[in-house]
Design a protein around this ligand. Sequence first.
Ligand code: RP5
Length: 190
Amino acid sequence: MTYSKKPLVGIIMGSSSDSRIMQEASTILDKYDIKHEDQIISAHRTPSRLSQYAQHAKEMGFKIIIAGAGGAAHLPGMIASHTTIPVIGVPILVYNDRHPKTDTTKFSAFGGLDSLLSITEMPSGSPVVSVGVNKAGNAGIYAIKILANEFPDLTKILDQHKLDQHNSVVKESDQLRTEGLSEFAKKKFM
Ligand code: RP5
């Protein structure tokens, strides 16, 4: 079932390098046929695009914006300051292998904690909620939870999602008991 012909969720990210992580949000929304529009908006490299995007999001009627960024990660907070649409931030552990960098400089210096704190430590009065580092899939699930207030059918999807998780743990537990712990772990992870 399609809940709206127009996108309900705007997904933005600070760099193409964030797409590796942010695609997890689109995967979960696609799975349940929830339309979204995706863009790269850099808060520091394209600041004018950022304010234009806020206007665009309003005109499009987005119900939620999912914003992913790494490092200083000011995109979620900056977009929240331009709009009343709720923003879910995705702190990203920067991994940039596009430029000739060493193994250590491919990653941000603080392992994602930098992005997490940038997003969650917004000053009083300008809230942005955040999922965990690189947990873009959770941002997708949380967006569905918010949308379920308006589209009650979505609660069935959320119930099914919980049931699927339950069943997959029980299935793995049965496998573990049948095969024995050592064999199970060897097969699965080694
Ligand atoms: C942030 O800087 C982006 O969100 C990205 O996570 C990080 C690195 O950007 P690139 O150097 O990969 O473009 O603005």
